[in-house]
Design a protein around this ligand. Structure first.
Ligand SMILES: Cc1ncc(C[n+]2csc(CCOP(=O)(O)OP(=O)(O)O)c2C)c(N)n1
Ligand SMILES: [Mg+2]
Length: 733
């Protein structure tokens, strides 16, 4: 029949043109191919040759239209698990899909780590997506912000030396568009509204495509969406182009996406394309919709099947004869079958490779690149707001964190800083008469004033928004250094941190990464901080592979470790103890604008011979007090180790000390049960059993939250007296 044409010629048709016969045939070919890759996978699943299947059946028209209206490798794509036809239209091949289905080593999207239809292609700009519904929308928003930033600051795209930039290639286009897709049920997620908020407010070129098949597994649309129609609910968001279309008609859908893309490319704002589709099969092969849908409803859906409708149209309009349709369909079935055959022969992933890409394979933050601790002479000017003080004056932890942020922003134009209240003043004109806020703890003071509102700005009051956008920024090669105002409120962002930020690199087998920094003030000892301003909980984050967790106890360490956090190529949770921000303990002169401390290197803050006390954060000064008293009052010589970074941590320092002293206490502020010390204590007991003369002791908070009344807070949190008591007790073994 010789009628296959390139996708580009479909997308290039002007909105007013009728689609040519060739274009309609190409659309049908892609739709049919998608259905038959699904059917072939279903067969393989039934034969137990693959392990999961979820299909695009019924969504093909809408998806093919979206793919043809946009430009792979130029625009950016954050699809969801049902977007097979979209990805075929963008250029993912049936072979690539089948390789993922069998979990092959040569699965380009994930190396056998993700389920099928969890898309990723660096060449096509399809960013790795998870199974979590809706997290990808905030990535799309951050990606659009990054694209806009690079086009306004092209110098920021230049390759830098000596940090993550050496490994992050950047490309951007002033009129690029970002597409993200989701199901109608997923619009119930808060992150949907958080993404719509920022896209609207910042007029970002993001197309939100809702593929409305009327069901979220077994839950019908009216249960998820008040009134049953998401278009009605979002209609008042400013700056949007809206289209609500029959998602089974590819021509109507194509017009909608072309108009949406034009709106976005012109810089007018985001777009919302709501397509009513059908779910031709059940939710996935693990679901049977006969359990919850009436026969009449299923039959009505079958009548709207986009494949059948398109086939009839081609016949009715005389575009293809029955024989030609047959020939086309057989050729696509053949493609799917051949791809499956090849995939079943493909090599399987190697066991030895499992841990690869948990962290950057390019830049090691524990390594010599960050070994500046002993090289720098302290002092010198600089350091931003606090930089007016003399170089040799001792500065607080708050000052030296602020100084590091100033230094790094000057050095690296890819850094943006945002969070709640971090700007000096969002209404810039006020800065003529006011000093500026710069964070509730003033850690970001002066940054907006020096670097402008494009680089330092307030976010909406939404923690998932803050971290989700950071993922999008970071996959584009930017360095977001975001603030969570209080550790106590990090939990709405937990989904993004655990399932996205930390996982981006491993799940995409190193193709994508999100090396953002999250700064979070943490901890108690505040006298009145109470339940919601005193929380610890670092072990919950050290339990996440892929995330670095840092917890300095003094100004100098905070400065050097934050510099490493910013320059390194991994995502970092940087925990700042509020009680230490302005304490006299641990002040230090400004150490210069290149001072860095590698991760995973503990510091012996008090050498000793008879006992090892491992700790970090605000317990460091308390442990030192206890150790001094133990020496003075009981003649016990305790070695105190400040871990400084919790993931990775310095096992060598712990082991060397325990081998010397044979007695060890692990102390932290967080609750004792399932706390960070449990892991360290277990490892000491396991690997250093022969070296021990006494049981491994742990000190931590009571297993409650922190109470408001200072009398209670004092008892709940570990105090120097309790540490001293434990030292004396352990010495008596
Ligand atoms: C955050 C999250 N919660 C629950 C699930 C389990 N789950 C997977 S798909 C799905 C329904 C999604 O429905 P919808 O958004 O309408 O998309 P559809 O599958 O119908 O295309 C659910 C509940 C998930 N993957 N992620
Ligand atoms: Mg649905």
């Amino acid at each position: 029949m010789g009628m296959v044409i390139s996708s580009a010629s479909v997308s290039n048709s002007a909105p007013s043109d009728r689609l040519s016969a060739q274009q309609l045939v190409e659309i049908y070919r892609l739709m049919y191919l998608s259905r038959h890759v699904d059917d072939r996978e279903i067969l393989l699943k039934r034969q137990q040759k693959i392990f999961f299947q979820i299909s695009a059946a019924g969504h093909e028209a809408l998806q093919v239209a979206a793919g043809l209206a946009l430009r792979p490798g130029y625009d950016w794509f954050f699809p969801y698990y049902r977007d097979r036809a979209l990805c075929l239209a963008l250029g993912v091949t049936p072979d690539e899909m089948m390789l993922q289905a069998v979990g092959a080593a040569t699965d380009l999207a994930s190396g056998g780590r993700q389920m099928p239809t969890h898309w990723s292609s660096t060449a096509l700009h399809i960013v790795s997506t998870s199974s979590s519904t809706t997290t990808q929308l905030l990535h799309a928003v951050g990606c659009a912000e990054a694209g806009r930033y690079f086009s306004r600051h092209p110098e920021a795209a230049e390759k830098g030396e000596g940090d993550y930039r050496a490994f992050r290639d950047v490309s951007f286009h002033g009129d690029e568009v970002v597409l993200t897709c989701l199901g109608e049920g997923s619009t119930s997620q808060g992150e949907f509204w958080e993404a719509m908020n920022t896209a609207s407010n910042q007029k970002l070129p993001v197309i939100f495509c809702v593929e409305d098949n009327g069901y979220a597994i077994s839950v019908p649309v009216e249960v998820n969406t008040p009134g049953g129609n998401i278009s009605k609910l979002v209609a008042n968001f400013p700056n949007f182009y809206f289209a609500e279309v029959d998602g089974t008609d590819p021509e109507v859908c194509l017009r909608a996406f072309q108009a949406a893309a034009a709106h976005c490319r012109a810089g007018l704002g985001p777009a919302f394309v709501h397509g009513h589709v059908v779910r031709a099969y059940s939710h996935s092969l693990s679901d049977d919709d006969k359990l919850y849908r009436s026969g009449a409803e299923r039959e009505a859906d079958a009548l709207r099947d986009p494949i059948a409708k398109m086939q009839m149209r081609l016949l009715r309009e005389g575009i293809l004869t029955e024989a030609e349709i047959n020939e086309l369909e057989r050729s696509q079935e053949h493609l799917a079958a051949e791809a499956a055959e090849r995939a079943l022969e493909a090599p399987l992933p190697e066991i030895e490779g499992i841990a690869k890409h948990v962290y950057s394979e390019d830049l090691d933050p524990t390594g010599p690149a960050f070994e500046h601790e002993h090289a720098e002479a302290p002092g010198g000017a600089g350091g931003g707001k606090a930089g007016s003080a003399k170089g040799s004056d001792p500065r607080t932890m708050a000052d030296l964190i602020n100084a590091c942020l100033h230094d790094e922003m000057r050095r690296d134009p890819r850094i943006v800083i945002y969070g709640e209240d971090v700007a000096d003043a969002s209404r810039e004109h006020a800065l003529n008469e006011v000093k500026g806020k710069g964070g509730v703890f003033k850690l970001t003071a002066g940054l907006q004033t020096e670097f402008g509102s494009e680089r330092v700005f307030n976010s909406p009051l939404a923690e998932a928004n803050i971290v989700g956008r950071a993922v999008g920024y970071a996959v584009r090669g930017m360095k977001p250094v975001v603030e969570i105002q209080f550790f106590d409120y990090i939990w709405p962002a937990m989904h993004q941190i655990h399932n996205e930020l930390a996982l981006m690199r491993w799940r995409s087998h190193g193709a994508w990464a999100a090396p953002a920094v999250i700064r979070a003030p943490i901890g108690g000892y505040l006298t009145g901080g109470s339940i919601y301003h005193s929380q610890s909980g670092e072990s919950i984050f050290t339990h996440i592979p892929g995330l670095r967790v840092v917890f300095p106890s003094n100004a100098l360490d905070a400065n050097g470790l934050l510099r490493t956090a910013i320059r390194c190529d991994d995502p970092v949770l940087f925990l700042e103890h509020k009680r230490l921000y302005r304490e006299t303990f641990g002040r230090a002169p400004y150490p210069g604008h290149d001072f860095a401390i590698p991760f995973g290197k503990a510091k012996i803050v008090r050498p000793g011979e008879q006992m090892t006390l491992v700790t970090y954060g605000a317990v460091v000064p308390r442990a030192l007090q206890a150790a001094e008293r133990a020496h003075r009052e009981h003649g016990i010589d305790v070695e105190v180790i400040d871990l400084r970074t919790l993931s990775p941590y310095d096992w060598e320092a712990i082991a060397t000390s325990v081998r010397k002293t044979s007695r060890v206490i692990m102390a932290h502020e967080d609750m004792i049960s399932w706390g960070y010390g449990a892991e360290i204590a277990a490892r000491i007991a396991d690997e250093l059993f022969e070296d021990l003369d006494a049981p491994v002791k742990r000190i931590g908070a009571m297993d409650t939250f922190v109470a408001y009344q200072p009398l209670l807070e004092d008892v709940i949190l570990p105090q120097p007296d309790a540490i001293l008591k434990a030292i004396v007790g352990l010495n008596s073994y």
